[in-house]
Design a protein around this ligand. Sequence first.
Ligand SMILES: Nc1ncnc2c1ncn2[C@@H]1O[C@H](COP(=O)(O)OP(=O)(O)OP(=O)(O)O)[C@@H](O)[C@H]1O
Ligand SMILES: [Mg+2]
Length: 346
Amino acid sequence: MTTYDDRASLTDLTTTAERVRRSVEGVIEGKPEVVRLSLTVLLAEGHLLIEDVPGVGKTMLAKALARSVDCSVRRIQFTPDLLPSDITGVSIFDQQRRDFEFKPGAIFAQIVIGDEINRASPKTQSALLESMEERQVTIDGHTYELPEPFMVVATQNPVEMEGTYPLPEAQRDRFMARVSIGYPSAEAELQMLDVHGGASPLDDLQPVAHADDIVKLIDAVRTVHVAESVRRYAVELVSATRRHPDLRLGASPRATLHLLRAAKASAALGGRDYALPDDVQALAVAVLAHRLLPTAQAQLNRRTAEQVVLDILQRVPVPTSGVTAAPAQHLPDGPVYGRQPGARRL
Ligand SMILES: Nc1ncnc2c1ncn2[C@@H]1O[C@H](COP(=O)(O)OP(=O)(O)OP(=O)(O)O)[C@@H](O)[C@H]1O
Ligand SMILES: [Mg+2]
């Protein structure tokens, strides 16, 4: 376990993260904040939902991140006929050995790109989301661990809804953050024409970090200190969503955990071994908005969940003192996702 007492390693870690960031940014034009958020989610052991209109680079972002890290990658194109067992795997009886053999499904990879997740049936979606959360798959009484690092980057297109199964709120809650990429600026779009006009720059992308480096980074992120006042601030923000008159569903305690973990990753990316209220603020919309349900009245008034989070950020007082002092010694958070003892690694 890397500790932050070892200052050199903090520098190493930020350098590695920086290399990955630059590699992805070399492919996705004019979207530095989206790239940073994807990296934050990777280091915070979360999963990312990319929701946007067609052709803005959703698949490209997921692929660029996967290719920049030297790790196993699987891409699942979701369709209505995809079965839960295509995701998780199946046990097949081997006549010769007279025993069952497990054939792992598409989820057994370190970075899993789930393209157009809303095209899969709810049963298949829930197979994916369950294993995503538990980081393991149980088939016929045997539990198989998913590899580390493990991140699902799912994309969905909110415009074309026909024949799709939008993710229910309970499922959306399992994504640490949701991001929309948005159209590039005219300058960035011009640059894209130059760079992407011929062969795709994705083809030339070489890994700039090893999967083991990412695991070390994740360990280091766990040790980032969050002062009590900052933790309290995150709790205040989340609980304000539960009381807000424009919302009929607020954010879950899982959301608070995700917000804190993302804030720690953001601090580490910024080269700090402590999280600031700014880290929490900067991530609040991406981490909270996709879990919230505006009331019918708020929808009529065209008030979005993002606006509500921004409103809450305005109202909840920001802690100003005691946010940076790191204790002499602190223990890293325990594993957030409990693996069952005896789970098998493939
Ligand atoms: N910001 C951007 N920077 C670089 N290339 C971009 C950008 N936005 C879009 N593109 C280009 O547009 C093309 C389409 O991107 P991509 O396939 O990732 O879109 P998508 O959002 O996944 O679309 P769909 O919803 O149809 O699957 C890619 O070839 C990519 O080069
Ligand atoms: Mg796509």
